[in-house]
Design a protein around this ligand. Structure first.
Ligand SMILES: CC(C)(COP(=O)(O)OP(=O)(O)OC[C@H]1O[C@@H](n2cnc3c(N)ncnc32)[C@H](O)[C@@H]1OP(=O)(O)O)[C@@H](O)C(=O)NCCC(=O)NCCS
Length: 175
């Protein structure tokens, strides 16, 4: 249950000024699980319960068998354990579009600008690779996330069943 050391994602430079985005392997499962457990409000709000004990292992296992999926542990350059996780799908739902499946920081590390920094790094890296748009979905219950994405310039472009809004931002300056 681990990606090879030079596994998918190493080719997408997503490091920000304060956080390094390290392609996640099984070695990061405990740290990612700790981030999940450090963000209980997100899970209660969106899933109605706290994260299960194997939530991180499950996410990494799902990503390992999906060639379009990239999962990163977000680790402070200053040192210490990961403060968050980024789950990204490339060329999904169509070629030239990428989707943020999840961007999550432990609650003690929210509101520090890490989300903005990481999203900016994603936008720059994807634009340089020729991607035209970045997309994501937010459930209605996650009002704070909707405000965050809107603040970063994402626009609601559609609605899915079960109270999900699709947000999108055009990427410019691509190769
Ligand atoms: C949503 C999340 C990723 C945002 O990351 P963050 O590091 O906390 O946000 P930042 O500190 O980078 O905020 C960036 C900007 O958004 C604004 N913002 C953040 N949350 C906001 C909110 N709830 N309401 C209004 N504005 C908000 C900030 O004020 C900041 O504005 P600025 O550019 O004027 O300084 C983070 O809070 C998180 O992990 N939440 C739990 C998981 C989640 O809901 N993920 C999104 C679903 S994919």
């Amino acid at each position: 249950m681990s990606l090879p050391p030079d596994g998918p994602g190493d080719d997408l430079p997503l490091d920000g000024p304060r956080l390094r985005a390290v392609p996640a392997t099984g070695h990061h499962a405990a740290a990612i699980q700790s981030c999940f457990e450090g963000a209980p409000d997100y899970f209660v709000r969106t899933e109605g319960s706290l994260p299960g004990p194997d939530a991180a292992i499950q996410l990494l296992a799902d990503a390992e068998v999906d060639a379009q999926r990239r999962v990163y542990a977000l680790i402070p350059r200053a040192g210490g354990p990961p403060v968050g996780v980024l789950d990204l799908m490339l060329d999904y739902p169509e070629p030239g579009v990428a989707q943020i499946v999840l961007l999550l920081f432990r609650e003690s590390c929210q509101g520090l600008g890490y989300g903005k920094e990481t999203t900016s790094a994603v936008e720059v890296a994807l634009a340089a690779r020729g991607f035209g748009a970045l997309r994501l979905s937010v459930v209605d219950e996650n009002v704070e996330a909707r405000a965050f994405w809107e603040r970063l310039g994402f626009a609601a472009v559609g609605r899915l069943d079960r109270g999900v809004t699709v947000y999108e931002k055009a990427l410019r300056g691509g190769a």
